[in-house]
Design a binder for this molecule. Structure first.
Ligand code: CP
Ligand code: NVA
Length: 304
């Protein structure tokens, strides 16, 4: 049976730890894996822009001995009304795996239902699992053990926030999600993971109070205020979020040892000050690098 990677909530904690261990192994000895996906082809359907996801998947599959085919927003008959189901069935006859970056999460789920090859979520409006798992790898490198750490996410309750929530609970971390009123994560999303968090005695805090959310944090994370697809809300969002930027003062409310994280792309002077993202606590480029290693592990787990 083929397996997909569409949401971290679909994976057990054990699987996630196995995938992280495997990613560390690949990062340590990349040469040991250089022919492991020889002859395999990864399709890459991207309806939104991408620097990291696109390049890291393409480089990743190449490093594993396979090849990638990039399919932009206008490349497929999908853009002329061919159904998702037919596209999924046809592409399954050619490809060995597929990454999809699109707007509607339901479209990726539907694609996966009709595909007979593994489907990897490269970001939807709902979540961004490859990012959050690479972030866990980055935190593991920094702190060793993830259990009991606290991540404070400051900003929009968006796709990245949702995946961080799932990832933190899966690996045994506490998380606070701090957003302006009206921009916090949906209660139904929290409900999806609440039982697991309670069973593991983890704290999930959803608040608009910055000081409360940041207290005791080992990592402070933020993302853009205006995600792809929401550009028309940009001016309004700049107003709503202006007091929710990560500045030196905000970092001072977390632990003195706290790291700063951002999935990138970043906007200096908006969600984060230049002094923070370019400062000593920032690990944003390790996060970006780890996308490559982590996704190689994901491709091998699903496509080999
Ligand atoms: N963080 C991330 O997914 O970046 P891209 O949009 O550049 O892929
Ligand atoms: N929340 C951002 C993440 C980009 C990687 C977006 O969806 O645009």
């Amino acid at each position: 049976m083929k397996k997909d990677f569409i949401s971290l909530n679909d994976l057990s904690s054990e699987e996630i730890h196995q995938w992280l261990d495997f990613a560390r192994q690949i990062k340590q000895s990349p040469k040991d894996f250089k022919s492991t996906l020889e002859g395999k082809t990864l399709g890459m359907i991207f309806k939104k822009k991408s620097t990291r996801t696109r390049i890291s998947f393409e480089v990743g599959i190449t490093q594993l001995g396979g090849s990638g085919i990039f399919l932009g927003p206008d490349d497929l008959q999908l853009s002329r009304g061919e159904t998702i189901a037919d596209t999924a069935k046809v592409l399954s006859r050619y490809l060995d795996g597929i990454v999809i970056r699109t707007y509607s999460h339901k479209d990726v789920v539907e694609f996966a239902q009709h595909a007979t090859i593994p489907v990897i979520n490269g970001l939807t409006d709902f979540n961004h699992p490859c990012q959050a798992l690479a972030d866990m790898l980055t935190l593991q490198e920094r702190f060793g053990n993830l259990k009991g750490l606290k991540l404070a996410y400051l900003g929009d309750g968006n796709n990245v926030a949702v995946s961080l929530l799932f990832a933190c609970v899966k690996v045994g971390m506490n998380i606070s999600l701090i957003s302006p009123p009206g921009y916090t994560i949906d209660e139904e999303v929290q409900a999806m993971i609440q039982n697991e968090a309670e069973a593991k005695k983890l704290n999930i805090t959803i608040t608009s109070n910055i000081q409360q959310g940041l207290a005791g944090a080992d990592a402070v994370y933020t993302d853009v205020w205006t995600s792809m697809g929401k550009e028309e809300e940009d001016a309004h969002r700049k107003q709503v979020f202006k007091n929710y930027a990560v500045t030196d003062q905000v970092m001072a409310a977390a632990k003195p040892s706290a790291v700063f994280m951002h999935c990138l792309p970043a906007h200096r002077g908006e969600e984060v000050s230049a002094s923070v993202i370019d400062g000593a606590a920032s690990i944003v480029f390790d996060q970006a690098e780890n996308r490559l290693h982590l996704q190689k592990a994901v491709m091998l787990k699903l496509m080999r």
